[in-house]
Design a protein around this ligand. Structure first.
Ligand SMILES: Cc1cc2nc3c(=O)[nH]c(=O)nc-3n(C[C@H](O)[C@H](O)[C@H](O)COP(=O)(O)O)c2cc1C
Length: 290
């Protein structure tokens, strides 16, 4: 099914909430999109509407919804069809609170309906190989396999979040599970060869949350044709600073700087919140990452 991508839809233009694909694309970039756009679809509109949800109503994500979300997650592509991820669904309030505390305290973990912990999982496949072929697995420890399991977990997680959003739910990824992955592993009883990659807090969005669709970099910064343009970021990032600062100003946060945020996150090892020790933590779960 397609949806209109016309800039001329005046009824939508008078509304603060974008309705057409074109308006959704404009909002995604925080400015009118210059290039030609193909006809939109409901799927693309849903993707364009994405925002992280960190404030939830005290309402349940049902087991039936969860099972549909996981079916969507499992429908994602899988490297060599290895299916090297598992997900632990945490609903127990005390357990959510313990996990939150271990990660430094996050209300969105405590208040979500279900906290999904996506794990890289070579345990299942290793045991199958050992049981069926009687051989020890040799290659799990290589970095390539660590990357495979992390990439596939991310693909599955994004499919899950999009599925949840299509059901009227919302959520936020929680990379902080890697701030303290061994405590998360203990809490969830993760065996050898299973490592927490990312959390996903899901619930019914609280409409009072003050957030909207966060603008992204101008497309020319990320889309290169034929060859990588190493200068493309310069004017694009300057423009982006303005769009993102406007977005945050709308929510009362003045003088926001993306470059400042980048510096805080990648400018020094402190910005990694302890995750510079990830090789050691991976090894503790069997991922030697050689
Ligand atoms: C892998 C991953 C980990 C993330 N971890 C966190 C997190 O620990 N805490 C948080 O509040 N948001 C987290 N986020 C959400 C991002 O901050 C968010 O996606 C980004 O700021 C863009 O905003 P949007 O999702 O609303 O468009 C994470 C996102 C991803 C993809």
């Amino acid at each position: 099914m397609t949806s209109t991508n016309s800039h001329e839809d005046t009824s939508a233009a008078s509304s603060p909430e974008p309705h057409t694909t074109c308006e959704l694309v404009d909002r995604r970039y925080g400015t009118e999109f210059a290039g030609p756009l193909a006809e939109g679809t409901e799927t693309i509109d849903l993707q364009l509407r994405h925002r992280s949800v960190r404030k939830f109503l005290p309402a349940e994500v049902t087991d039936a919804q969860l099972e549909l979300i996981i079916a969507a997650a499992q429908s994602g592509s899988q490297s060599s069809n290895l299916q090297v991820w598992s997900v632990v669904a945490v609903r127990d309030q005390a357990r959510k609170e313990r996990i939150s505390k271990a990660l430094g305290g996050h209300p969105y973990i405590e208040n979500c309906s279900v906290f999904l912990v996506w794990t890289a999982d070579f345990n299942r496949n290793s045991r199958i190989v050992e049981a069926k072929h009687g051989t020890d697995v040799d290659s799990v420890g290589y970095l390539e396999n660590t990357l495979v399991s992390f990439v596939d977990s991310g693909i599955a997680g994004q499919n899950a979040l999009l599925a949840a959003e299509s059901l009227g739910l919302g959520g936020v990824f929680v990379g902080s599970v890697r701030n303290n992955p061994l405590e998360v592993a203990t809490e969830l009883k993760l065996p050898e060869y299973v490592f927490p990659v990312v959390g996903l807090a899901i619930g019914v969005p609280d409409p009072t949350e003050r957030a909207s669709t966060k603008p992204r970099l101008p497309q020319r910064a990320v889309l290169h044709h034929e060859e990588y343009d190493a200068e493309a970021w310069e004017s694009a990032s300057a423009e982006y600073e303005e769009h993102l600062a406007e977005y945050y100003a709308d929510y009362g946060r003045e003088n926001y700087s993306w470059a400042f945020t980048l510096n805080r996150r990648i400018g020094s090892v402190e910005g990694m919140h302890g995750r510079h020790r990830i090789r050691e933590w991976l090894a503790a779960q069997g991922f030697d990452s050689e």
